[in-house]
Write a protein that binds this ligand. Structure first.
Ligand code: FMN
Length: 313
């Protein structure tokens, strides 16, 4: 049996120094914990579906998001062009962060900017808050031009990390875009710039044509595909990145249940995140956690740690 957890029912794990009761996170922007509590009540707090909460990506200034329409359903997935609507840094720190701290799990705050100077302000002001366990740097969102540029270029990614790394001892996680030929090169650059972890995949560049109007459906013209449709792409990229870097990988892309979560762990992810599935079932994260012990046992693993230590040929 591998070192660490003693049996399949103990899912506790570590993510670059953050102690987690289990390996299930949410994908940024796919579960609004504050709205969920408003709608479903305090049972969202007592039975929170994730072992760690990742906030929606926060920007310096409030943003309205993209023009409608913002969603399009595809076979086994969806395209979104939400465009990072949000309260901006001040609004997030004053209102949202206080409410998010009431959920009894570690909190990772996702941030994005189109200038290094703004990234520095975001990281400084978020990291100094004791409610925050770690920061995810969104350099991969296909809806905002500037983020794509940084995350597409290894040199840009490394330069950003070198500027941000000295600002905090808290874990810095780089969220990778799948929209590059060789994501492992960007991951290696993130690691060499000082990233503690990489998370992947963000959405895959996509478009939808409205058959009635014959125009593009999404207000922004294009968006990002997510859900089970992207899972094989995500698995290939997680596998390639996990074998290229030594920092832990947070794997996501189309996870719907414990079996698909386990696929990501076997591909090299240390922990996983549930994204689009949360829109279909807000309890999806909890169902993944509940199903994992049996899924591990069915595949002959004595513990989560044993599955995490697998290296595929
Ligand atoms: C509606 C929607 C909003 C999203 N917003 C963000 C975001 O704010 N920041 C981010 O890094 N990723 C965002 N994502 C990407 C997800 O976190 C995740 O990386 C991606 O959807 C792949 O996982 P999935 O197939 O399980 O959804 C968003 C995805 C969706 C569907």
């Amino acid at each position: 049996m591998a070192e660490g957890t003693a049996d399949t029912s103990d899912l506790s794990t570590d993510l670059c120094g953050i102690e987690l009761a289990g390996p299930v996170l949410n994908g940024s922007g796919t579960f609004d914990a504050i709205a969920a509590r408003r709608v479903f009540g305090d049972e969202v707090v007592s039975g929170f579906p994730f072992d760690c909460y990742v906030s929606k990506t926060i920007t310096m200034n409030p943003r309205p998001g993209n023009a409608p329409y913002r969603l399009w359903e595809t076979p086994s997935g969806m395209i979104n062009s939400i465009g990072l609507p949000g309260p901006g840094l001040d609004g997030f720190l004053e209102r949202d962060l206080v409410q998010l701290a009431e959920f009894d799990v570690p909190l990772i705050v996702s941030v994005m900017a189109d200038r290094v100077e703004d990234f520095e302000i975001l990281v400084n002001r978020v990291a100094e808050r004791e409610e925050v366990a770690g920061i995810e740097l969104n350099v991969s969102c296909p809806n905002v031009h500037s983020g794509l540029i940084v995350g597409e270029q290894p040199s840009e990614t490394e330069a950003l990390m070198k500027a941000l790394r000295p600002l905090t001892a808290k874990p810095l996680i780089v969220k990778l875009t799948p929209n590059v030929a060789n994501p492992h090169e960007v991951a290696m650059a993130a690691e060499s710039g000082g990233a503690d972890s990489v998370s992947m995949i963000n959405t895959v560049k996509a478009a939808a044509i409205d058959p009635v109007s014959t125009r593009t459906w999404l207000g922004a013209g294009a968006g990002g595909l997510s859900g089970p449709a992207v899972r094989p792409i995500a698995l290939a990229q997680v596998r390639s990145v996990a074998s290229a870097v030594s920092v832990p990988v947070i794997g996501m892309g189309g996870i719907t249940d414990a079996e698909s979560a386990l696929e990501f762990i076997l591909a090299g992810a240390r922990v996983i995140a549930v994204g689009t599935e949360n829109f279909r079932d807000p309890r999806a994260g909890a169902l993944v956690s509940e199903g994992l012990p049996a899924a591990l046992a069915r595949r002959g693993f004595a513990s989560l740690a044993e599955a995490q230590s697998v290296t595929l040929d």
